[in-house]
Design a protein around this ligand. Structure first.
Ligand SMILES: [Zn+2]
Length: 390
């Protein structure tokens, strides 16, 4: 690769110096297997088919009806009377598309979603070509020939090329790769050294996809007084597009988005960025760039969490958008909240989530949907001023 430099900045690595990593037990429990399948499924924005297949397979047994919006979002309905609750998670992940094939057989890449340039060099990728998956690598400039002044420079994304081992453009074509093909990180799921922490790509927002599947499963048995619409949406990472169209179809009274959060607990981070820690419990966003939550929805979330003794991490994050922003602007205005499972290193090949956070999030969401009924929903949507104070 011709124009690549070593990325600048401190890179955090978890060293396990001596012990070989424990191999995960054969697949773990049902939840772990679901998280593994969802994380490993390739589905960048606009190419969510493999994730959609998993979501339909998992939700169908617990839904009265499965439908789709015209952008590919899956809508699983459970219950036929009561307030219309939209429970949302997005299926798409960060990725890219093949943009151009050079005569020498390299490929330039159009990125999809919010990548840091420094996350891109020296990574393995999979191109979903017409003849099946094709392995690729973004190279990196050799240190030996990099001038000292350039060794701490972040190399811009437009100077990167995918290398698939081809000698020329004809070989690229023969492999079934052409401009427009989707590209995803190649970063398989691992249980991190026997801990309850899971390493994988795409926790944003496959962790949310798994939360809504588990919630739907539990609510099928436990019951609730609502029309629940679980929406697995498309194209969130490039502008919340599927949530917009799914909300148009669902016409929700109440909206709950489930997302991968971010964490500030690795060394050297500015606490003003985020206060959330991995393993500290589910998070509730009180502010992000795209949305303010409904204050009564916040109070309801806090009350349910307190009743269940679930720690709730309150967070305000700049430079973050989520599907609740589109839901709350639909149907004449909808009370919403964005709840997050904390994730380290989002929008990159290798993220880390904590299973205990996941389990507590499912408990919280199930209890919230059971707590909301016609009276509660009316209260959440009531903006009539109270009696004047003397
Ligand atoms: Zn997301």
């Amino acid at each position: 690769m011709r124009h690549l430099l070593i990325a600048a900045g401190s890179v955090l690595l978890a060293f396990a110096p001596f012990a070989a990593p424990a191999r995960p037990a054969a697949g773990g429990d049902r939840t772990e297997r679901l998280l593994r399948q969802l994380a490993d499924a390739p589905g960048p924005s606009g190419f969510e088919e493999p994730v959609r297949a998993i979501m339909v397979r998992e939700m169908k047994p617990f839904a009265d009806r499965i439908s789709y919006d015209g952008m590919g979002s899956v809508i699983a309905q459970q219950g036929s009377s009561g307030p219309r609750i939209m429970l949302d998670a997005h299926m798409d992940e960060l990725g890219g598309m093949v943009r151009r094939v050079t005569s020498g057989g390299f490929l330039s890449m159009q990125m999809l979603g919010g990548w840091l340039d420094q996350a891109l060099p020296d990574q393995r990728w999979v191109i979903l070509g017409s003849k099946g998956p094709v392995k690729a690598v973004t190279g990196i400039r050799d240190v030996h020939v990099t001038p000292p002044a350039e060794r701490a420079t972040v190399f811009p994304r437009d100077s990167l090329f995918l290398d698939i081992g081809a000698h020329n453009a004809a070989e690229v074509k023969a492999m079934g790769v052409e401009p427009g093909d989707p590209v995803v990180p190649d970063a398989p799921f691992e249980v991190l050294n026997g801990t309850g922490r899971y390493l994988g790509k795409a926790w944003d927002d496959r962790v949310g996809c798994a939360v809504v599947v588990e919630a739907l499963r539990r609510l099928a048995k436990a019951g609730h007084p609502n029309q629940l619409f679980v929406a697995a949406t498309t194209q969130e990472e490039i502008g919340l597009r599927g949530a917009h169209t799914a909300a148009e179809v669902i016409k929700p009274d109440i909206g709950i988005a489930i997302e991968g959060g971010i964490t500030g607990d690795s060394p050297g981070r500015n606490p003003e960025e985020t206060q959330a820690v991995l393993g500290g419990g589910p998070g509730i966003f009180l502010y992000d760039t795209s949305a303010l939550p409904n204050r009564r929805m916040v109070a309801l979330t806090e009350q349910v969490a307190a009743d269940l003794h679930i720690p709730l991490q309150r967070d305000l994050v700049q430079g973050y958008g989520d599907d609740s922003a589109e839901i709350q602007k639909s149907n004449g205005g909808v009370p919403t909240v964005n709840l997050v499972v904390p994730v380290r290193y989002t929008h990159a090949h290798n993220g880390v989530m904590d299973r205990a956070d996941f389990d507590r999030m499912v408990d919280l969401v199930v209890a919230m949907i059971q707590r909301i009924d016609a009276r509660t929903a009316a209260h959440l949507r009531d903006f009539t001023p109270g009696p004047a104070q003397p």
